[in-house]
Write a protein that binds this ligand. Sequence first.
Ligand SMILES: *Cc1c(COP(=O)(O)O)cnc(C)c1O
Length: 427
Amino acid sequence: MEFVSTRDPGHRTSFSGALQRGLAPDGGLYLPANSPRVTPTVQSLSETAATIIAPFAEGDALAPMISALCESALNFPAPYVPLSADGTFGVLELFHGPTAAFKDVGARFLAACLAQLPDPHGRVTDILVATSGDTGGAVAAACEGHDGLRVTLLFPKGRVSPTQQQQLTCWGSNVRSCAVRGSFDDCQRMVKEAFQSPQLRERYALASANSINIGRLLPQAAYYATTSAVHNARRGTDLSFVIPSGNLGNAFACVIARRLGYPIGRILLAHNANTTVPDFLATGEWNPRPSVTTLASAMDVGNPSNMERFRAIYPDIDTLRAEVSAASVNDADIRQRIRSDANRFAHVWCPHTAVGAEVHARLPGVTRDLSWCLVATAHPAKFPEVVERALGRSIVVPASLAKLSSRATHVTEIDASLAALEQVLAR
Ligand SMILES: *Cc1c(COP(=O)(O)O)cnc(C)c1O
């Protein structure tokens, strides 16, 4: 299948091309040219991923390998755990991968694909990632052990928590972690400038692993697909999802699964105090703005990049409103929800998952009576600074994260300039 830019549909490329380029040459995001349908069946996570990615990869160099790539990338569980006896509420735990956040799913699939796509000029693939949270660690972990891949992580110095800094700097020799003397926006600008620099593009095979890359979103559709198929086989109803959202990549993956034909009901976007998306759905006016800092920091996004994909497939605001709804909650609600659900369900949420739990709790009765799945985007032990303070006690760290905290770290401090990034790339 071909992939087309959200801006100029004349920019078309293959499945592999979309993964390697990340962004279309006109600055748009790639979308599949057609909307394939599959017959929903109950399969494992990796089998479901192979089933749903197959039509998108049809005719591509990677097509014969998709099954094996899904099996090696999605080698950890994503269990659906009931929270109510009547089956109307449960949680999808997406934190059982190597870095304990859902970003492992997309990062591992994308890295496995890129490792199979050698550069025509024999160069190593240089993956650039600007990160303030979970993406950097997930991409670094996913690229470890892939010889043809090298990762450069840029994060804002002094603006990530000690736990996050450890998880951004504890990787092997093919990962270079840079603490940038600047903000997250500076990091993102440096990556953008690198992609726009003809000299750098000539010298390096640059790739992007942010959620603008469709190669991260397609495998994420698999956990919505398999969870809704299992629910439907048991209960005969659609499953609705409440999704803690920032850049809307995870939410768009849910839309992909529903358009493929999986029994998904409503899609509810749960935002923190960054209300660009809820405001847009309420007023019809798109007003991106600088992000504000919240306890759910991985969702501190004022200009969500994947909104461009939503608006491309639902150009009319009323159609978009029929497909998704959105709500927002503040930091006090997040703390309170972590405390109350730890008592009510004996589950401890990460701050992002707590945003979703709060949005679900506020649903009016008739809507709450549908079958709802809360998407747990990360393990609470990734954010001990927030969660332990809210709970007033310490929480158990899973083995995967404990392993990361004992690793040695290496980090280079650099200026917030393209020249500084060039020096790192040249090393
Ligand atoms: C990235 C992230 C989100 C937001 O996901 P988007 O795809 O950007 O909407 C939510 N929770 C956690 C823990 C994350 O790491």
